[in-house]
Design a binder for this molecule. Structure first.
Ligand SMILES: [Fe+2]
Ligand SMILES: [Fe+2]
Length: 307
């Protein structure tokens, strides 16, 4: 496991490689560098093996591979940081153990699945419930339990989408209760469905790559399309469906943040703020207690972990 690597360790294990640079060093030798990851952590890697460099040139996106090599200290990093020097690389074959490559979220999957099922059953408005039941059935339901909610920025682990959607629904319901005068069924349905397009945007396979459809359409419009397809199948129409679609389409809050429409209903604001708050709170799980301050990419600032 990467978290156990020490200077001088000889290693042979499966990793996920993100190649960042392929080039030629001043003495004319080819090299490639980037990041190697498993679910215990990540480490910069470098390789000077010509065959491996050639292979890395072809890698398109995060790639799971078997590597062997050694760990040493990068003299050029200034921080005496460890780096992995890759000497051998091969493709993953079915016999290889890759369980250390899919990051598992640090939460109780079963408990979240129960909460999710209960939230759906709590929706009693017939049209909204029909849409929920039609979206979350069969293979889509199974995939929803496993998919990440992000590739890198938030909830980027197995079950992240389930955890995020449930937490947004719970936060939004709590806000709805104290604010009053809002439609809680709409809020729960909107929260559970707001990111459902991520099932098509981000693949749950190694490295959580974006799909072509995801890059072309984005999860907001895909979430709306999934809900519209389910509504058409269940013959649901009317103002509640429009309000549900509005929550989904406006969940990033403003057009500048990727939403085609800005929030225009109480329910849409509540789901939007719950979504934002949950994504921000999720960042704190990533900080490392050895060093309470860590730079956070999503928020572009240093965050302090609660020690
Ligand atoms: Fe979203
Ligand atoms: Fe979200």
């Amino acid at each position: 496991m990467i978290s156990d690597f020490k200077a001088g360790s000889k290693i042979c294990q499966s990793v996920l490689l993100r190649v960042q640079r392929v080039g030629t060093s001043s003495n004319g030798a080819p090299f490639a560098r980037g990041l190697a990851e498993d679910n215990s952590g990540k480490i910069p890697f470098i390789t000077f093996e010509a065959g491996i460099v050639e292979k890395m040139r072809e890698m398109d996106g995060p790639s799971p591979v078997m590597v062997s090599g050694s760990v040493d200290i990068n003299k050029f990093s200034g921080e005496m940081a460890l780096q992995l020097v890759i000497k051998k690389l091969s493709d993953i074959v079915p016999e290889d153990d890759i369980s250390n490559l899919l990051p598992e979220g640090d939460f109780d999957h079963e408990a979240y699945k129960d909460k999710f099922d209960r939230l759906i059953k709590s929706v009693l408005t017939p049209g909204l419930r029909l849409v929920l039941d039609n979206v979350f059935e069969g293979a889509v339901y199974e995939q929803f339990l496993r998919n990440p909610a992000g590739m890198r920025l938030h909830h980027a682990y197995i079950g992240g989408l389930l955890q995020h959607s449930v937490d947004v629904a719970v936060l939004a319901t709590a806000m709805a209760e104290s604010i009053g005068g809002v439609d809680k069924d709409l809020i729960v349905a909107g929260a559970l469905l707001h990111d459902v397009g991520k099932l098509r945007e981000i693949s749950a396979s190694m490295g959580f790559p974006y799909t072509t459809e995801g890059r072309l359409l984005g999860h907001i419009s895909m979430s709306a399309a999934i809900v519209q397809e389910a509504a058409a199948k269940a013959r649901v129409t009317g103002p509640k469906l429009q309000q549900l679609l509005h929550i989904i389409l406006s969940h990033h809050g403003e057009p500048e943040k990727g939403s085609p429409v800005a929030c225009a209903t109480k329910e849409a604001f509540i789901v939007h703020y719950a979504d934002e708050l949950d994504a921000v709170m999720n960042q704190f799980k990533k900080t490392d207690n050895k060093n309470p301050w860590e730079y956070n990419k999503m928020l572009q600032r240093f965050l302090m972990s609660n020690v």
